[in-house]
Write a new protein. Structure first.
Length: 385
């Protein structure tokens, strides 16, 4: 039976609007290797939901959340923050997990069939798969994992759905934002569909949607293109929150001068290049007007861009004033102060040097504190079937 708090999937759940705020608040279970570079791979659309239910369009210049706002807002929400949704997509592309797993049913009963055929509101979304020897159920979920739960609770509050749960003990403690009920998964699909920038994430999303055919609503159209990175949207801020590292470090004192130190300040982003993600890193470098090259840091396919020029740092600082990071807010603020000392050339005297050294040490300590425990990136352990 359908909950009183939910409306039919094929109907409008809540009339809403999108507003933009300038200050918005890899593991994958089904990840597969792409066969081509950016734009050169083929998704299994025809075997998935039919070629008539897909769109093939050129890359978009902006994000489109109209389907989510018109059909999938929770009842108590009247509008969606465009900047936050853009940030969320970027953050999910870096840290999100699309999970799909089969669980064996030992003694299927009519009541089991009735439960799984219902809307599933309030419980895991499960799709029955009949095999010749046993009956399987497929459980789907979407997850974000963090060591600090604050950002996950913020996501939960902004979206109005999903659950935040603690996992692990002691030093291995971490938190998971999980969406596994039918309507919640449909809402996540509506947010991400057509809005993913990384080619490998679009492929993973398409495979996940293929497993979720029983959850799709009549008007759903899978889109195989997405926007491009831009300084006019919040996507890059979310991606930086998930994947970037802010770095500042002093080397040993020079023998030539008691005030001579070598300061290295940079920000770098690393990606595994499965479907042309190195090209996305190159585009990010262009946005920041950086001459840095995308380099191979770990064969065969792990690439990185390191941005170290003062000019590029200035562009990044101005961008993150408009679209703030959330997870890395404290580290960025410390990194920003180092940048300001460089701009004001206060790093050329003993007082400025001591201040910058303290900032660099504080950054390292904060980043170490933020590191997720080993094994926390994967999906939550399977529940008993």
């Amino acid at each position: 039976m359908q909950s009183n708090g939910e409306k039919s999937v094929g109907k409008i759940c809540q009339a809403g609007t999108i507003s933009r705020k300038l200050s918005p608040p890899h593991h994958s279970c089904i990840a597969k290797q792409c066969m081509g570079r950016c734009g050169g791979y083929t998704l299994p659309f025809e075997t998935m939901i039919g070629s008539s239910e897909t769109t093939r369009e050129p890359p978009l210049s902006s994000f489109d959340f109209s389907d989510f706002v018109e059909h999938h807002l929770v009842q108590h929400k009247t509008h969606a923050d465009q900047g936050f949704l853009e940030w969320l997509v970027g953050f999910a592309e870096g840290d999100g997990t699309f999970c799909s797993r089969e669980i064996s049913l030992q003694q299927p009963t009519p009541s089991n069939r009735e439960t799984n055929a219902s809307t599933g509101v309030g419980g895991p979304a499960e799709i029955l798969l009949q095999s010749t020897q046993k009956l399987l159920k497929r459980r789907l979920l979407f997850q974000l994992v963090q060591k600090d739960p604050k950002v996950l609770h913020r996501i939960r509050a902004e979206l109005g759905f999903g659950a935040v749960r603690q996992s692990g003990n002691g030093a291995a403690t971490h938190w998971r934002y999980t969406v596994e009920d039918r309507r919640g998964l449909q809402r996540i699909m509506a947010i991400l569909n057509g809005n993913l920038v990384l080619p490998k994430r679009r492929l993973q999303f398409a495979e996940w949607v293929n497993d979720a055919r029983g959850l799709l609503w009549p008007s759903f159209v899978l889109k195989d293109t997405g926007p491009v990175a831009s300084l006019e949207t919040g996507w890059l801020a979310g991606f930086i929150d998930a994947e970037a590292c802010f770095y500042a470090h002093f080397t040993t004192r020079s023998q030539r001068s008691s005030l001579s130190y070598r300061l290295t300040q940079k920000v770098h982003i690393t990606q595994q290049d499965r479907c042309g993600e190195a090209e996305v890193l190159r585009q990010v470098g262009e946005l920041l007007e950086s001459s840095a090259r995308v380099s191979l840091v770990k064969p065969p396919d792990c690439f990185r861009i390191e941005v170290s020029s003062l000019h590029s740092h200035g562009i990044l600082v101005r961008y993150l004033k408009r679209f703030p990071v959330i997870v890395k807010a404290v580290v960025f603020r410390q990194w920003w102060r180092v940048y300001l000392l460089r701009v004001e050339r206060r790093h050329l005297n003993e007082t400025g040097i001591l201040r910058m050294r303290r900032l660099c040490l504080a950054m390292r300590m904060k980043q170490k504190e933020m590191e997720a425990p080993a094994g926390a990136e994967g999906p939550a352990p399977a529940e008993a079937g």
